[in-house]
Structure formats: C-alpha cells, structure tokens
Design a binder for this molecule. Structure first.
Ligand code: FEO
Length: 395
C-alpha cells in the first residue's frame, strides 16, 4: 500500500515494529524503526530510496501492485547504506535500464557493496536538478558526512518536500507516519538519540550544511527522512534543533557512569549524585552502571550533560573493560565543552583514576583536578570529597 504524503508524493517504505538493533548490534532500538522510501508521481514516476534487504520482496511486491515496476522512470539513491539500498539489486534485475541518480561517492558505495552491474548511475552534485514534469523538478543537495560521504538530500519543487535521508531521522516506528501523530516525548528522545549516537561526530558538517540549505532559500513544507516520522507540522523545528545540537549542545545535567566489582565504586557514584544535588539543586543528575545500562541511552544522556563523572575500580593495573568500552565510545562521538571527573576504588596498585583522567582528556573532555580514589572501601572522608568534586564539575 501507499500512503499519501503531499500532492503526488507517497510513502512506500517499511515500518519495522520489531527491529531491536541497528548497525549490527551497535545501536539499540527501543521503539521500532522504519525504512522510508517514497514515490513521486508526476509526468515521470520517481522512486526515492528503497528498503533493507530482508524487506525487499515485500517492498517490490508493493511497488508492483501500486505503480508497476516498469513504470518507474528513475530512481534516486540518496545514500548507499544497506538499509536504503538493500532492495536495489533485486529491483534493478527487473528494470535494469532505469537511471539511478546519486552522488559520485554513492557510486563507490553501491558498486562496493553490489559490484559493477552496468546500472545507469548518473552522478549529481549540489544544485543539479532533473525535470519530472508538471513544472516540477528534483533538486539535489549533497549531504557529505551526514553521515556518510555519499549522503544526499533531494528537494521537490512545487510541493516543497525535502527528502533528507538519514538527516532529521529517528529509529522510531510510528503508524501514523507524521510527526504530529507520534508520542511527542518519545519522538524528541529518539531524534536526540539518533543525533547523539550517529551524527554528533559530524556536527561541524551539520552546522555548515544547515547554513548552506538555508542560503538556498528553498521553502520547506515537509521534511521526509529515511527513518521515523515525516515532519509536516512545524518541519523547521527539527532543523532548529539540529542547529542547537550541532553547537556543543548541553543541558543542566550531570551524568555519572561507573562499573563496580565489590560495590565500593558504586558507593562513590551514588555519593557524587547526592552531593551534586546538594551543590546544584537545579541540575538533573543521572547514574548508570555501564555494565547494565544500554550504551546508546548512556551516550544520549552524556550528549545532554554539561558534566560527567566516570568511575572504575582498578583491575589488572587498568580499568574495567565495561568502562574502557564506554569511554572509547564517548571519544568516538566527539563531545565538546563538557567537564569530566574520575573516581574509583582499588586494593593495592590503584591506577584506575589516573587512567580514566587520561582517557577522558583524550576523549575531549575538560577534566577537573578533583577525583576520588579509595583504597578497599570508601571511608567517610573520601565520601565527603564527593562535594568538592561535584562543585568542580557544576559550579
Ligand atoms: Fe539509514 Fe546511513 O542509513
């Protein structure tokens, strides 16, 4: 079935209610997802993106029924990643002569994944356009590093629809498709999680691209991304959010992340939480044991924070692997302008705090001098030093 988006634009994607992970198992999905593909039917019939391979046969059957594969005049591949290109090889077996419009980098990604198949790949750059009849055209905007080198957006004149691909998307299944039909709390949470975990490392590209799109002066009535809701009500709000998120975003929040062996480091984590609330009552404080909590949710909380405290006991002259992994992830997301402190228990050698401070500094955090390093079990004096640590982070 097709779902009308606006004018002669319809959605022909797949709502993945039961998807639990993405990018292998690296991104947790709590509220489903979707792979959005679109049909634009003017004098030319245009397919924008496809779906992931497991849903490819359903997708093709639907296109056969709705439009007839042979009636598709052109395909736009905004991005070569498998969740959007997975059904393309089967589609091209049926309509091998159909031109595919994409960036030069997408040629590399499509041929890299599916081989050189003799497809009619037509490379486009920002500002290039193709006429589709009825006075309308599709204008292409390269979206390099949002989030792959091959990423692109396509703008439909007349209806003013921006098919933004991954940008402005969320892993979020919404039966009503449009943003005004979604649970608004979950929508904001999932949009932010997507930005924090996928786009944050490319924030400088996001800022420049938003300025470039704005300078084009294109009216935008609908933003139709490749995952999650279609933004038809106040579509520019998500663009404004992106501008805010790309600019070293922070709220008044402290996130405390730790793992523990015999509860000593846990006790320090909880004491820091109490002290933080005392020294800065307006600050939202959250505590996560990183061996138990979801790492993508933790990253979203860190994204929102102005400060973090990270704790690990010393084991084997090092830190616990769970904490090492989380700090490594924090580093890869390239957070900016956030303070950090380290804490941890030890029995004899006690390197964890020093290692954590080095790792947090290397991850781009502004590490404060205050830390808590406790032998065997935190005593009352050590627990009392949670207060100066919290002040250093929050005052
Ligand atoms: Fe939704 Fe980068 O693929």
């Amino acid at each position: 079935m097709r779902r009308t988006i606006k004018g002669n634009v319809s959605w022909v994607g797949y709502i993945d209610w039961e998807l639990q992970t993405f990018h292998g198992d690296d991104y947790s999905i709590m509220n489903g997802s979707s792979q959005n593909a679109y049909l634009v039917e003017e004098e030319k019939t245009v397919l924008i993106d496809t779906v992931w391979t497991p849903h490819g046969s359903k997708f093709l059957d639907n296109l056969r029924e709705e439009v007839g594969l042979e009636n598709i005049d052109m395909i736009i591949m905004n991005h070569g990643e498998a969740d959007h290109s997975g059904a393309l090889p089967d589609l091209m077996r049926e309509i091998p002569e159909t031109p595919i419009y994409c960036t030069a980098n997408a040629v590399k990604s499509l041929e890299g994944q599916y081989g050189k198949n003799g497809w009619d790949l037509r490379t486009v750059k920002t500002g290039d356009s193709v006429e589709i009849g009825n006075g309308k055209k599709l204008v292409f905007v390269e979206m390099r590093m949002l989030h792959w080198p091959d990423s692109m957006a396509t703008y439909l004149t007349g209806d003013s629809v921006l098919f933004s691909n991954d940008a402005f998307g969320q892993h979020f299944a919404v039966g009503g498709l449009f943003n005004d039909t979604a649970d608004q709390c979950l929508l904001e949470k999932e949009a932010m999680k997507y930005y924090a975990n996928i786009l944050n490392p490319f924030s400088s590209f996001v800022t420049k691209k938003l300025e470039e799109i704005s300078s084009l002066g294109l009216p935008i009535d609908v933003i139709a991304p490749s995952h999650g809701v279609i933004w038809r009500e106040k579509p520019l709000e998500i663009v404004e959010k992106y501008a805010e998120w790309a600019n070293a975003y922070q709220e008044d929040q402290l996130t405390i992340v730790y793992d523990t062996m015999w509860e000593g480091t846990a006790a320090i984590a909880h004491e820091i939480a109490v002290a933080a609330t005392r020294v800065s009552p307006g600050t939202v404080v959250k505590v996560f044991n990183c061996s138990k909590a979801d790492k993508n949710e933790i990253m979203t909380e860190i994204f929102k924070s102005r400060a973090v405290a990270v704790g690990s006991p010393t084991v084997g002259n090092d830190i616990l692997t769970s904490v090492s992994s989380i700090v490594h992830f924090m580093r890869s997301l390239k957070f900016k302008n956030k303070k950090a402190a380290a804490f941890g228990c030890y029995g004899w050698s006690g390197e964890s705090v020093k290692i954590l401070k080095e790792k947090l500094a290397d991850a781009g955090f502004l590490v404060v001098d205050e830390s808590i390093r406790s032998m065997w079990k935190p005593n009352s004096e050590e627990l009392a030093s949670a207060e100066p640590l919290a002040k250093a982070l929050l005052k």
